[in-house]
Design a protein around this ligand. Sequence first.
Ligand SMILES: Cc1ncc(COP(=O)(O)O)c(C=O)c1O
Length: 336
Amino acid sequence: MGQLVGCIQGIATACKALEFPVVSGNVSLYNEHFGRPIHPTPVVGVVGVLDDAELAVPAGFRGEGDVVLLAGGEPVEVVTSMASGFKMTAQQLEHAITPKTKWVLLNSPSNPSGAAYTRAELKALTDVLVKHPHVHVMTDDMYEHLVYDDFKFTTPAQVEPSLYPRTLTINGCSKAYCMTGWRIGYAGGPEPLIKAMATVQSQSTSNPTAVSQWAAVEALNGPQGFIAEHNKIFKERRDLVVSMLNQANGIKCPTPEGAFYVYPSCAGTMGKTASTGKKLATDEDFVTELLEAEGVAVVQGTAFGLGPAFRISYATKTEDLEEACRRIQRFCGNLK
Ligand SMILES: Cc1ncc(COP(=O)(O)O)c(C=O)c1O
């Protein structure tokens, strides 16, 4: 039986009823695997549990690195590449771990690359982690349900049960349930850690708003069929965007396994000149000129630690994506 940390009195009953059964996910799964009750904990605002070095997977969700800094730690990024599918290898992980390392952060499927680790790829990483018992593992599984082409989502706690006592698995309602802004995240992990997180939470933001907690109860306990329907549309959009971007001069766009982002390289446009006379030297130049010339807003890859590249979110209308990609093609075609 799960419990929402920070429940206010009025919805205590709903919180007690919250078992997160259908989401299959995560919490019921972790419940089963951890063999103890899971305390879904809103993770917003949880800082201060780190005090030394930390590893972050690159081209990753950068906010987490900033949280490490805020807590006085030192984020260490492992740089992946398009060639490696934006995934960290076991050798890279081994090389990056030092006696000072406290946590490894993994995010799969990833923001911004959409890359997701297969079970075998995760096993290679967990084999390394098993050898370093001083290291904790935090997995951000926010895009768990957004995977395509029969890709099977897995998470380290599933792949390597001996890591349970040092794994914090986090998830939330923002993506699969389209609840961005409702601020509901939850985590499964070792009890002392969850208790400490709850203490920090209770002394900072207290609890998420009651209306959000109620909405999460409905989202997680309600019918889940719409997720597959959404995913069908997301997959069509992903395929459309990948195909159209690969037809743009100088752009190379891999097909990601999940999330709702593509992360194409614009290396082939570097050194070319835009119609304003600006020579493109960085991906920031690329996105700025694209915005000026065509009114298309994308995020430069250097913001995520890996460029020259950019990120497009395809969580928007198909017609808008088609138009945006047409404009990107025109922009790239006009570069001299
Ligand atoms: C990988 C990842 N984790 C966590 C979040 C946080 O989501 P939210 O702040 O909407 O709860 C995001 C949002 O973009 C994300 O991409």
